[in-house]
Design a protein around this ligand. Structure first.
Ligand SMILES: CC(C)[C@H](C(=O)O)[C@@H](O)C(=O)O
Ligand code: SF4
Length: 418
């Protein structure tokens, strides 16, 4: 059985197979400032009391601080919902991006079924949780009942092997996006494994799981292991609970030949990867785009705004200046990341280099807010989507890369890996 099948089987207490439609109880629900109001509206058409106000987490991240009256009004509605329903876990403006905060606050654990009002909820697959995004109507139903229907997905197994110091988790996932294609995993589970994934820390694994949706994936799963449990310990999950999780650990046997597709990526001779306009699967070797002039660099988001990313950026930027024609925006993924980066002196390096630092949140990622591009401008971004218009202007172009390439390019003024 695949990891997706095993998680769902464990949850249901019986064996389920790909193709079956099952009703499941949700362990954890998350919506943000952008999706809480519509989900609450759908919910109110059904009932007036949420099924469990300790299992719903609401986080403000998409438009913080609010940039328009519309955004402020949405946040007001969401705040009222939090109060009225007595939502126990509410993380307001400034706490950070929902997918990062959920993990840092110890809400995410292996074998959970997580429903999020955001497509990148798949990020939590890095912890061996079946975590996926839903639209507002579904979220309303989930607020009300704690249940949903899931069709057990087919699985594409992706094994990443080899060794190559230059290759970061972002290069790996961009390479996978190229291989699978933007519709190649529609309604399927991606299951990542192999020696490279085993060696990867949790922040790296989250990068892989985060972008499962860019291939149409329902979930992006990675088996929980010692690294997972160590991370949980650090974010405050009790020893007793970790012991219990270990007892219930789910192991997959990748030789069982029950995968819809099996892909192997060898990074040994791979170049760094860049996604070119206007899709995350339009991926090229860096050598094919070296020299492309850029006007803006954005380092942040639920893909690459974590401490390990910022450390890498600081390593590159230390003692250097951002190119005079480039605007560099850096946004730590959460308040915790921001504070850790401050303590380590990373923020000082960024400011000295000429970067703008903004409030933890989604920032320019989806174009509703800061860092909107001008006509004809080119942005190199560490985010997960480069659709036409994504950063708020249809006449601009977005390339996606790792934080390393983004920082190096910000200094040179063009895309480079040197
Ligand atoms: C605004 C929100 C619903 C959206 C999503 O679901 O992913 C956003 O986070 C994105 O990345 O495009
Ligand atoms: S950082 Fe970007 S991709 Fe992630 S949740 Fe926010 S808008 Fe969506």
């Amino acid at each position: 059985m695949t990891l997706a099948e095993k998680i769902l089987s464990k949850k249901l207490g019986r064996e389920v197979c790909e193709g079956e439609t099952v009703e499941v109880d949700i362990d954890l629900v998350m919506t943000h400032d952008g999706t809480t109001p519509l989900s609450a509206k759908a919910f109110k058409e059904m009932t007036d009391k949420v099924w469990d106000n300790e299992k719903i987490v609401i986080i403000f991240d998409h438009n913080v601080p609010a940039n328009t009256a519309k955004a402020a009004n949405m946040q007001k509605i969401a705040r009222e919902f939090v109060k009225e329903q007595g939502i126990k876990y509410f993380y307001p403006e400034g706490e950070g991006i929902c997918h990062q905060v959920l993990v840092e606050k110890g809400h995410v654990k292996p074998n959970m079924i997580i429903a999020g009002g955001d497509s990148h909820t798949c990020t939590h697959g890095a912890f061996g949780a079946f975590a996926t995004g839903f639209g507002a109507t579904d979220m309303g139903f989930i607020y009300a009942t704690g249940k949903t229907w899931i069709k057990v997905p087919k699985t594409i197994r992706v094994n990443v092997v080899g060794e190559n110091e230059r290759i970061t988790p972002k290069d790996v996932i961009l390479r996978i996006c190229k291989e699978v294609g933007r519709r190649g995993a529609t309604y399927m589970a991606l299951e990542y494994g192999g020696e490279v994934v085993r060696r990867m820390d949790m922040e790296g694994r989250m990068v892989l799981s985060n972008m499962a949706i860019e291939m149409g994936g329902k979930v992006g799963l990675i088996e929980a292991d010692e690294k997972t449990y160590e991370y949980l310990r650090k974010v405050g999950v009790s020893g007793e609970e970790i012991l219990n999780l270990k007892k219930n650990a789910i192991r997959v046997n990748e030789n069982e030949e029950n995968y819809h597709k099996f892909i192997e990526i060898d990074i040994t001779d791979m170049e760094e990867q860049i996604a070119c306009p206007h899709h995350p699967d339009n991926v090229k070797d860096v050598s094919e785009v070296v020299g492309t002039p850029i006007d803006q660099v954005f380092i942040g988001s639920c893909t690459n705004g974590r401490l390990s990313d910022l450390r890498e950026v600081a390593r590159v930027l230390k003692g250097k200046k951002v190119h005079k024609d480039v605007k560099l925006i850096i946004i730590p993924a959460s308040k915790k990341v921001f504070l850790d980066a401050l303590k380590e002196g990373l923020i000082e390096i960024f400011i000295e280099a000429g970067a703008m630092i903004c409030t933890p949140g989604c920032g320019p990622c989806l174009g509703a807010h800061q860092g909107v591009l001008a006509d004809g401008e080119v942005c190199l971004s560490t985010t997960n989507r480069n659709f036409k218009g994504r950063m708020g202007n249809k006449n601009a172009e977005i390339y996606l890369s790792s934080p390393t390439i983004a920082a190096k390019s910000a200094v040179k003024g063009y895309i480079t890996n040197e």
